[in-house]
Design a binder for this molecule. Structure first.
Ligand SMILES: Cc1ncc(COP(=O)(O)O)c(C=O)c1O
Length: 344
């Protein structure tokens, strides 16, 4: 099968229309079987709860071409489970894991020509989404729902690409309340963060970095990625909070840090002001961000620089980036059984 004529290595992180997407609908209490369709447009009623009250949740994962040509997904069952949790939190019918995985496999396979080749630095981003549709003016759950999966070839999320350095700016805007929806991947969490991202960019940073909303002391996460910190004494720490998204990438990297590099991993509250002096290497991580080393953080009206005064990528983050991406691209043995092949 021919690939599209695209300059894969020049791709940024944006939407490119591909031929086919998967759609299933939920009416009268049950899901349709689902099918591949051509149109990228979704027609919904003007009274749809997705439009007014953000009754919407979504996922993000990637397919990559391995060295031997196989097409690999990374831990897609974790995305399926997270979408179930998101749906339950905002009173939507869950998409059964089987339907989720079937939709992802079918959509990736149907758009084979759009999957970036091995070694291009690009991948196929997969966006499953679940929206509440049909008329409903009052504040109550929708009566009908659409589950859709579309894909787009993408390059690096942050400019620079690969394992290049980014910077973060601590935001005075809160992302998520302690007992709110921050740990779920729902659209409502993101609109409120657009202003924080804009302010961070005005300061010259790539993204906003949030503190906990209750005390404004503890590190939470970045706008679209979790954070990791290599600290003194071999410690490798990630924030513990009820309000952050449980990132598939972070869970995987923490395991690699412990089992492959032998670091002492900790998931606990990180008091930014008290502990920032002990930060040696910092990174943002996620499906889109992969592992992006953080050179500096804007906090209390000044920049704090990390490894090599923010000039280069530290050895721990470098090593973790390579381990993760080598597994994702089938370059080393997948001993944790994290990848899943899409049979083309
Ligand atoms: C707010 C937020 N945190 C973290 C992540 C990373 O999660 P994952 O590694 O599952 O992609 C994402 C999405 O990529 C996100 O939107």
């Amino acid at each position: 099968m021919e690939k599209k004529d695209i300059n894969w290595s020049e791709l940024g992180f944006g939407y490119i229309k591909t031929e086919l997407r998967f759609e299933a609908v939920y009416t009268n209490g049950k899901w349709s079987k689902g099918e591949l369709i051509e149109s990228e447009i979704i027609q919904v009623h003007e009274g749809a709860p997705a439009l007014h009250y953000s009754q919407e949740c979504f996922e993000g994962l990637k397919a990559q071409t391995a060295k031997d040509g196989r097409v690999l997904l990374f831990r897609p069952e974790m995305n399926a489970k997270r979408l179930i949790k998101s749906a339950e939190r905002i009173l939507m019918p869950v998409v059964p894991e089987d339907l989720f995985l079937e939709a992802v496999h079918q959509t990736v396979k149907a758009n084979y020509a759009w999957i970036p080749p091995y070694g291009s630095g690009a991948s196929l981003y997969i966006r499953p989404m679940l929206i509440g549709v049909a008329d409903n003016l009052g504040l109550s759950p929708a009566k009908e729902f659409i589950f859709r999966v579309f894909v787009s070839p993408v390059g690096p999320y942050y400019k620079g690409g690969g394992v290049s350095l980014i910077s973060l700016a601590v935001s005075d805007i809160d992302r998520a309340a302690p007992n709110g929806t921050g740990s779920h991947k729902i659209g409502a969490n993101y609109a409120g963060g657009l202003l924080a991202t804009q302010k961070a960019k005005e300061l010259g940073a790539n993204e906003a970095l949030y503190l906990d909303a209750a005390e404004k002391k503890y590190l939470e996460e970045a706008g679209s990625a979790n954070v990791l910190v290599a600290m003194t004494n071999n410690r490798f720490v990630t924030p513990k909070s009820k309000a952050i998204l449980p990132s598939v990438t972070r869970i995987s990297l923490m395991q690699l840090a412990e089992q492959e590099i032998g670091l002492a991993i900790e998931e606990r509250p990180i008091h930014l002001q008290n502990e920032i002096k002990e930060f040696i290497e910092v990174a943002a991580c996620g499906t889109a961000a992969v592992l992006s080393p953080v050179s500096k953080i804007w906090f209390k009206n000044r920049w704090f620089n990390f490894y090599d005064n923010g000039q280069s990528v530290g050895p721990i983050m470098q090593q973790l980036y390579h381990l993760l991406t080598q597994i994702q691209k089938g370059e080393i043995e997948d001993k944790y059984k994290w990848t899943q092949e899409v049979v083309i």
